[in-house]
Design a protein around this ligand. Structure first.
Ligand code: HEC
Ligand code: HEC
Length: 363
């Protein structure tokens, strides 16, 4: 019924003003719902030495010495060559039993109103502060991978990491440059500040959708335009909107119809674990859809790689509608227009460990 009305309207548009007018109408609607990614990385509040902090944050992001056992780095799970994720089915540092949730991308995460599938960290700095890459024993059965371990359980692990960084002369100098006013700059708060500042540079402006929003008619194909019209018309944009087409609010997974237990395992209550409210059971952060074609697997459970299946599940679970295969295909084509060029990263050179005494032979 609704669909028939939409197609009659678009037919009228075509008859009255031609396709150009129809496209302008769609663009006006889209501009009210979405914003392009800004060209320049946002500077986080209170930042005066952004370039030096970004340089330090980049080093820390790639350095496994930031983890208790020196075997995990942020870049291992948030690989910048893989759109900020690991591409693995669930994030397991090493073993399949680790982690309980799918990795979220760090690309464009700076535009999210909260971090993690359950929004338990307010911002990028808080995300690092509230967590540490600690030992596998502590990770077992923790939801959300190593960064999910509660701060209280990790105070000593953090202390070890800071003590280790302090022994590396190259790091002490870089911390001093990034935090010139601090008497003792090598501390976890500054680690978090610097990593957050680096993550804020991991943005992907210039996606075809953004170019179209800014007026480039040729940036989207007719199928992608149809997909966009459906994305708005069917109600996807009611949840997935803003700069990241998500990232700013929460919704129950299964508003209308509960998805299968593979997609929504019953033991992960989502936001309810944070708010302790029963009405938040199975509520999750509406995820960022930027670069979504590159960030499989999908859903907090990481239970499917198939973007077409994801679109079909969303339509039935969140909106109670069954989409035709052509509609699914055009929405998928639209989602692919959200892929932007990867941020250019020159790999940092990490300072070497201080010399240490060689172990003495046994006899
Ligand atoms: C072993 C894998 C692993 C490592 C190492 C890791 N993460 Fe994550 N990260 C995850 C997983 C899994 C999630 C989603 C967890 C959840 O939502 O409960 C996540 C979520 C995040 C998010 C939230 C993004 C969003 O859109 O909400 C940020 C930011 C982040 N990690 C940054 C980091 C930083 C910085 C480091 C290094 C200090 C790091 N991660 C190390 C697996 C990892
Ligand atoms: C009522 C709010 C709501 C509506 C409407 C909605 N979504 Fe979602 N969407 C979500 C939530 C919440 C999730 C996360 C589900 C989970 O894994 O727990 C999600 C997940 C997704 C994902 C997976 C992203 C990832 O990285 O794993 C895609 C793609 C997506 N939605 C597209 C769509 C499309 C297309 C539509 C319209 C057919 C739609 N959504 C309608 C709330 C919504």
């Amino acid at each position: 019924m609704k669909l028939r009305l939409v197609s009659t309207l678009s037919l009228l548009c075509v008859l009255l003003g031609g396709p150009a007018l129809a496209e302008e109408g769609l663009r006006d609607k889209a501009k009210g719902l979405f914003q392009p990614i800004p060209q320049n990385a946002p500077v986080l509040p209170g930042d005066t030495t952004a370039a030096e902090k970004t340089a330090l944050g980049k080093m820390l992001f790639f350095d496994p010495r930031l983890s208790e056992n020196q075997d995990l780095s942020c870049s291992l799970c948030h690989n910048p060559s893989m759109a900020g994720v690991s591409g693995q089915f669930l994030s397991s540092g090493r073993h399949g039993e680790l982690g309980g949730r799918n990795v979220l991308t760090v690309f464009n995460a700076v535009f999210n109103a909260s971090q993690y599938w359950d929004g338990r960290a307010a911002g990028l700095k808080e995300q690092v502060e509230a967590s540490v890459m600690s030992s596998p024993a502590a990770l077992l059965k923790t939801r959300g991978g190593p960064m999910a371990i509660p701060a209280a359980a990790t105070a000593s692990a953090k202390q070890h990491v800071i003590e280790r960084l302090k022994t590396i002369p190259g790091y002490v100098d870089v911390f001093k440059k990034a935090f010139p006013d601090a008497a003792d700059p090598v501390n976890y708060d500054n680690v978090a500040r610097a990593i957050a500042q680096f993550e804020a540079t991991l943005i992907t402006p210039g996606a075809p959708f953004d170019r179209w929003l800014k007026g480039d008619d040729a940036a989207l194909s007719p199928t992608q335009l149809q997909g966009l019209a459906l994305f708005i018309g069917k109600g996807c944009a009611g949840c997935h909107n803003g700069v990241n087409l998500g990232g700013s609010g929460y919704a129950r997974f299964g508003v209308v119809q509960s998805p299968s237990v593979d997609l929504l395992p019953p033991d992960d209550w989502g936001r309810a674990a944070v708010t302790k409210k029963v009405e938040d059971k199975y509520v999750f952060k509406i995820p960022n859809l930027r670069n979504v074609e590159l960030t499989a697997p999908y859903f907090h459970s990481g239970s499917t790689d198939d973007l077409k299946e994801v679109v079909a599940v969303m339509a039935s679970a969140q909106l109670g509608v069954a989409l035709a295969p052509e509609e699914i295909a055009s929405i998928e084509a639209f989602l692919k227009s959200l892929t932007g060029p990867a941020p250019e990263i020159v790999l940092p050179m990490l300072p070497p460990n201080p010399p240490r005494a060689l172990a003495k032979p046994a006899n």
